[in-house]
Ligand binder design. Structure first.
Ligand SMILES: Cc1ncc(C[n+]2csc(CCOP(=O)(O)OP(=O)(O)O)c2C)c(N)n1
Ligand SMILES: [Mg+2]
Length: 337
């Protein structure tokens, strides 16, 4: 878990540097090696690591727009993920998805920029596991800003009534872009939503990564043993802006200071040392994590850009062979509209 969390933090520190290249001084969001938005998850790492530690490759994970720490913990191929973020041809989705739309079928991982969107597919994966009589499970991660979305609430209901092996993990970082949690919901503890659907709910603080691990063990274990879904809310901290370039003028300085002062990675390291891990062990883990990140970024930067004409491959306007479509494709009509 520690190595995972350090990898995620360092990975995002490096992405920040790469992202800012060419975007200054006026912050041109389309410029530089990583065009578009970038949502970083510093302060969320314990949630991805603590939950995914209990998962296998055949378990499904859906994640939201802040996905890197979860993808890393689920074992998504770091090189191809990085190439995807850099928009390269050898990226997970040939560079067409970008950082919010990572998809790795080898480890059953997907994420989406539409909030709460991952909940119904996770329920679908849970239903498939039940019908196929396997013991795989599905986990849907979402932010606290999505807990009033219909897609989430309907998913809780279906998972509960069908007794599906699904765990819903709400990452509560107290903010939804510029909206503080208490302005968008009257529920202080998102896990209370579980009661209304007849499933167990628990809330845990990510300051203590081991506590997340323990709570997730129970929730994933319940799903794997065919005892139904669980809603787990994890209190995390948003150490960064909502996206890179967010000036955070709406955010009180003390709120940001508090988030920066509570680091689950530092705490896990102290716990680790208290259990006799020495400097060498910690340094080795950190070095290994850093090397892996550098290798992935170097590899991604060497990858080719996609050819412009490939834009019509693998998308609905020009379906792959075998997929029928009665409408002429944009490629065929010249795309007037
Ligand atoms: C259905 C939908 N509505 C609105 C948006 C715009 N949007 C992007 S992120 C976001 C807030 C998300 O907050 P939260 O779920 O708490 O996640 P966080 O960014 O804090 O990790 C919103 C409203 C969206 N992506 N999808
Ligand atoms: Mg949030």
């Amino acid at each position: 878990m520690y190595e995972n969390m350090v990898t995620a933090r360092h990975y995002e520190e490096r992405l920040q540097e790469e992202y800012l290249e060419g975007k200054q001084p006026a912050f041109d969001i389309s410029a530089g090696p990583i065009p578009g938005e970038l949502h970083l998850a510093a302060g969320h790492e314990a949630s991805g690591a603590g939950v995914c530690q209990h998962l296998r490759d055949d378990d499904t994970v859906t994640a939201p727009h802040r996905p890197h720490h979860i993808a890393i913990a689920k074992g998504v191929d770091l090189k191809r993920m990085t190439a995807e973020i850099f928009g390269r041809e050898t990226g997970l989705s040939a560079g067409k998805g970008g950082h919010m739309h990572l998809f790795d079928s080898d480890v059953n991982f997907a994420c989406s920029g539409i909030i709460a969107e991952g909940c119904p597919p996770a329920v679908g994966a849970g239903l498939a596991a039940k019908k196929r009589n396997t013991d795989s499970v599905a986990v849907a991660f979402l932010g606290e800003g999505a807990i009033d979305q219909g897609a989430f609430l309907e998913s809780l209901n279906l998972a509960s009534v069908q007794n599906l092996p699904v765990v819903f993990v709400v990452e509560d970082n107290d903010w939804a872009i510029s909206m503080p949690k208490d302005r968008i919901t009257d529920v202080e503890n998102g896990a209370d939503r579980a009661g209304g659907f007849g499933l167990p709910g628990a809330r845990v603080d990510a300051d203590d990564a081991v506590a997340v691990y323990e709570a997730a063990r129970e929730a994933v274990g319940r799903a794997r043993d065919r005892n139904g879904p669980t809603l787990l809310e994890v209190q995390v901290h948003r150490r960064m802006g909502h996206f890179m370039g967010d000036p955070e003028e709406y955010r009180p300085g003390e709120d940001k200071d508090a988030a920066e002062g509570r680091d689950s990675i530092d705490r896990l390291e102290s716990d680790f040392r208290a259990h006799d891990a020495d400097d060498e062990t910690i340094d080795d883990l950190r070095d290994r994590a850093h090397e892996r990140v550098e290798e992935a970024i170097e590899w991604a930067k060497e990858q080719p850009e996609p050819e412009p004409e490939d834009a019509y491959d693998d998308v609905f306007v020009n379906p792959p062979s075998g997929v029928t479509d009665t409408e002429p494709s944009v490629a065929e009509t010249g795309g007037d509209d």
